[in-house]
Design a protein around this ligand. Structure first.
Ligand code: DAH
Length: 352
């Protein structure tokens, strides 16, 4: 009986040993392989079951059967590891030889796409119109010398804008530019006429309420050549109003004062909010019942500015205009508070 016990265990071990390789080879996935391995070597596995009767094996056979069991266990472990590796290699080869992943396929889930900020939309549209009229785009610094922001533009030293109350000054005669008109100086002091530029950018003033932000944006445009007249300015303004505010939008100039132009004017367009199909404008809240909306300042470049910038005012004339982007965008989108542009609230931005 004891001999039969020993022989039974040995036989069972032998059967396990000769059978496991085929069982592992039949496992097609890593999980199947792991399951098969657990069936043999796991706590409740076949090997444990076989060795359960070791106690009944006569003492003189026990050592040999124990060693045999260990050998079988090691062989199974080895076989499992090498099958695991083979499966991993198979999978890697399959991946490497699979058709390449197409990165250009559109995603399956509709992704939330970003879009331009409303101020950028308005800026790009305005700049696009001036470019269409032949203006080039000119850049200028936001931290500027006093002389480029004020002095060369004809501001007297006691002009209120030059005051610390109104502008952000740094040490050493530098300030955050209060308007994009500094680009006029930058262009005129570095190149010879003829020139026509549009200059969008950020500007800064000590102002902070629902319609004034300390940081806001303007677009400047200017054209300098021989024989430029107010008629050219009016032509450009009329064309701009047509293209930006719609066909038939009337334009009017009201005399006004800016140190760097003479004559200077403020420009109104016929109110686009209360315009009736017959072309009349009875007046609304946005135009304060006047039928007109102010959109920009402009004028003929002052001879003093030309002189300060080294351009001969006897030979050249030119016009300049400047407008606030926030104001245009607020009117267009009916936005009541300028601060909404800078709070970057997703619910606000998603509307454009
Ligand atoms: N720089 C002026 C401002 O910030 C706007 C302006 C007015 C620009 C008249 C011009 C101009 O070029 O001719 O209010």
């Amino acid at each position: 009986m004891s001999e039969a016990q020993g022989g039974g265990i040995e036989g069972a071990l032998e059967a396990l040993r000769s059978g496991f390789a085929a069982r592992f080879a039949a496992a097609a996935t890593e999980q199947a392989l792991r399951d098969e391995n657990a069936k043999i070597l796991g706590k409740k596995g076949e090997l444990t079951a076989i060795l359960k009767d070791m106690g009944k094996v006569p003492g003189d056979q026990r050592k040999a059967i124990g060693e045999k069991a260990n050998l079988v266990k090691q062989e199974v472990e080895k076989g499992f590891e090498s099958c695991l590796k083979a499966l991993a290699k198979q999978k890697r080869d399959a991946d490497l030889h699979a058709a390449p992943f197409d990165l250009t396929l559109p995603g399956r889930a509709p992704a939330q796409r970003g879009h331009a900020h409303p101020l950028s939309i308005v800026r790009d549209e305005i700049v696009g119109i001036f470019r269409g009229l032949g203006f080039g785009v000119h850049d200028g610094p936001e931290v500027e010398l006093e002389e480029n922001n004020f002095t060369k533009l004809g501001f007297p030293p006691d002009h209120p804008a030059v005051d610390a109350q109104d502008s952000f000054w740094t040490k050493g005669g530098l300030l955050l530019r209060t308007h994009t008109s500094n680009v006029q100086v930058r262009a005129m002091t570095t190149q010879k006429p003829p020139m026509a530029f549009v200059a969008p950018g950020a500007v800064y003033r000590r102002d902070d309420d629902a319609t004034h932000s300390p940081h806001f944006h303007q677009i400047e445009a200017f054209l300098i050549d021989e024989n430029v007249t107010l008629a050219h300015l009016k032509g450009v303004l009329a064309e701009f109003a047509e293209r930006f505010y719609g066909p038939g939008t009337p334009v009017r100039l009201r005399a006004s004062y800016f140190p760097f132009v003479e004559p200077g004017a403020e420009v109104d367009i016929g109110c686009v909010f209360c315009k009736k199909p017959d072309g009349t404008r009875p007046g609304c809240n946005l135009c304060k019942k006047t039928g007109w909306i102010e959109i920009l300042g402009c004028g003929m470049i002052h001879p003093v500015v030309f002189e300060q910038c080294g351009i001969d005012p006897e030979k050249y004339t030119g016009f300049a205009l400047g407008m606030g982007i926030e104001r245009v965008a607020m009117l267009r989108y009916d936005i009541p508070d300028v601060r909404l542009f800078f709070e970057n609230h997703p619910r606000f931005l998603a509307q454009f």
